[in-house]
Design a protein around this ligand. Structure first.
Ligand code: ZN
Length: 622
């Protein structure tokens, strides 16, 4: 047995049947107790389950993949792209159980890399977002690590006990049939592709099969500043914001998020401080006049964006009593508070979704904001809402959040077509990212590598990936500051959360230079980055008449076939370049401030060694 798929079907009535002996690449058709299963031979393979009667719909489909184990380098677990960074070792994968739910929309895809560091095996299911479980079956860890079976096996269970396959899918067809696609790829060592390209391939099928567009806009691509990381929210006033806009514009930063706390206590307050989140009126002790603040930010050359968690209502909000009938409640009707002390409007309720869309539209209608950051959907507990005071028009919380974000996007884009909408990877995937204009890799303060890996994951499925808000300090040298900024640009839109008064002039000069170069080339950054190796040390970006090559972490040699700009976001002083057949190339070297250091004419017909500076740019004209 090299590889085998077993499919277990659960019906609403509780009936359960198991189909075995399915092999990737071979067509399969079977019927057990009236339940039919067909699997196509193509890749990805359509899998259709048909119940005996539409009145007994498909509740769950369990896909168990059994493979002969081999040695793997890393695993990229099915995840939103947030915590996978802590779980890339195989030994932490054995025993893994995860769930895709309203608080974390996971890409239903396992990727294993081989000894060549590229993809060796990938397994996933292509279907719409709804509640899904993931579990490692073998090796198992019952009371000791057990690997003698020499198999690596894993499960994707679509539809959970709490949230079976939603009616919108299970009852969509007259015969009750459900069709999804089984994704399986295997590479021998030395033959694989970077795992990010496998993720992109998988996402490409999600987009193609379900007709999901990549949605972004030029305004969203600009370098961004956010008030969150570098301040206690109590201290973020209109003066602080306007002053940082004035300073930030000089550094090429265009978009400015007024983060949590503009209306009262933010989530960075102690847990015993009562929140008033939910009313969405400015706290006059911080922001005297929101209309004036918006005008001042625009006059200073920035675009103002407002933070909002439209579903959140806390006990201190004036609207609490009026809204509580729309809160998520447990099956016994008890309102459910999130760990960070607020209640959530129910996404499965149409009236609640209207309230959330009205809140989001009001920021444009009342104050003329250019964009918004939507946050905290990842804090909603994964429970089945049992609040009898409101109606549900769908039966999946994930489907409900999809409907919520779709409605908010439609309403706000109807007023401002190029409205900037920042989503986060926990409510990302291609399906939700279309309701934003960029998807952020939160949260990674003072963790540049975590930020990079998280943003790279989003970049795997969306070119409109945005970094988490980087804080650059005076402890970071100018070379390090340049590496940090360029490393962000390697995978997404650069962002900053810095009290600009506290940043030294050298680091300001570095940021001004990096952001200017980025802004001058911003249209190129709307294209996908292409990783050139399995560990994401090198990326290529098509910039129209030339290519950009980003070297990060370990960097590495590059082979070019037309003029190029190399961004050395490493501390390596050695660059090896090759352009077969090119006997004379003009190479211009800059330092981390963008100052030209020297020019050379070199032959690239064979590997050339160039002395380069950390955090620098190198222009090569063929
Ligand atoms: Zn509800």
């Amino acid at each position: 047995m090299a590889v085998q798929l077993k499919v277990r079907v659960f019906l609403g009535s509780g009936k359960e049947v198991l189909f075995e002996g399915i092999e990737p690449g071979k067509a399969f058709a079977g019927e057990i107790e009236g339940v039919k299963l067909s699997v196509g031979a193509e890749s990805p393979a359509p899998v259709t389950v048909t119940p005996p009667a539409a009145s007994d719909p498909v509740a769950s489909i369990e896909y168990d993949l059994f493979t002969d184990i081999r040695n793997y380098h890393k695993v990229i677990i099915p995840e939103s792209g947030r915590w996978y960074i802590n779980a890339t070792q195989m030994v932490s994968f054995w025993g893994m159980e995860k769930e895709s739910a309203v608080n974390d929309f996971k890409m239903p895809l396992y990727i294993f890399t081989g000894q060549d560091l590229n993809t060796a095996m990938a397994f996933g299911v292509i279907g719409r977002n709804y509640e899904t479980q993931f579990r490692t079956l073998e090796p198992a860890v019952p009371r000791a690590l057990i690997v003698y079976m020499r198999r690596l096996s894993m499960r994707i269970k679509r539809g959970t006990n709490l949230y079976p396959i939603p009616s919108a899918i299970a009852r969509a067809n007259a015969d009750g049939s459900v069709t999804e696609h089984f994704y399986y790829r295997r590479f021998d060592d030395g033959q694989g592709e970077p795992w990010l390209m496998t993720l992109r391939d998988f996402a490409g099928y999600q987009k193609k099969i379900f007709n999901v567009p990549d949605v972004g806009n030029v305004a969203s691509m600009a370098p961004l500043w956010c008030s969150w990381t570098d301040w206690m929210s109590d201290d973020v006033t209109d003066e602080v914001i306007v002053h940082n806009v004035e300073e930030g514009v000089k550094l090429g930063i265009k978009n400015y998020i007024i983060d949590d706390g503009w209306f009262g206590p933010g989530l960075d307050n102690d847990l015993d401080v009562e929140l008033n989140i939910g009313d969405w009126r400015p706290d006059p002790t911080k922001i005297k006049d929101m209309n004036q603040l918006v005008r001042d930010v625009k006059a200073a050359g920035g675009r103002p964006l407002i933070w909002c968690a439209p579903h959140a209502v806390a006990t201190g909000a004036d609207c609490y009593d009026e809204r509580k009938k729309y809160f998520v409640a447990s099956q016994d009707g008890e309102l459910v508070e999130t760990p960070n002390k607020f209640y959530s409007l129910c996404f499965m309720c149409a009236e609640a979704r209207e309230i959330m869309a009205d809140i989001c539209s009001s920021f444009i209608e009342e104050w003329d904001f250019d964009g918004a950051k939507y946050d905290l959907f990842n804090c909603v507990p994964n429970i089945r809402c049992g609040n009898a005071d409101h109606q549900h028009d769908c039966d999946s919380m994930m489907e409900g959040l999809d409907k919520t974000l779709k409605l908010i996007a439609e309403r706000t884009r109807a007023i401002k077509p190029d409205y900037i909408i920042e989503l986060k990877q926990n409510y990302g995937t291609p399906f939700l990212s279309q309701y934003g204009s960029m998807t952020r890799a939160g949260d990674t303060p003072y963790n540049t590598e975590g930020n990079f890996m998280r943003t790279a994951y989003v970049q795997g499925y969306s070119p409109f990936a945005i970094n988490d808000y980087q804080t650059i300090t005076d402890e970071d040298s100018p070379e390090a500051a340049a590496c940090i900024a360029l490393k962000m640009m390697a995978v997404g839109i650069p962002t900053y959360s810095i009290d600009l008064d506290r940043l030294n002039q050298n680091n300001k000069n570095v940021l001004a230079h990096c952001n200017k170069w980025y802004n001058d080339n911003v249209s190129a950054f709307m294209n996908h980055r292409v990783p050139l190796d399995g560990e994401n040390n090198r990326f290529k970006l098509d910039a129209g008449d030339r290519d950009f090559y980003f070297l990060v972490n370990d960097g590495g040699p590059i082979t070019i076939d037309r003029s190029a700009t190399v961004l050395n976001a490493t501390f390596s002083k050695d660059l090896f370049v090759n352009a077969p057949g090119v006997k004379t190339a003009k190479v211009t070297f800059f330092d981390c401030f963008g100052k030209q250091v020297r020019q050379e004419t070199v032959s690239l017909d064979g590997w050339a060694h160039l002395d380069v500076l950390p955090g620098s740019m190198i222009q090569i004209e063929l």
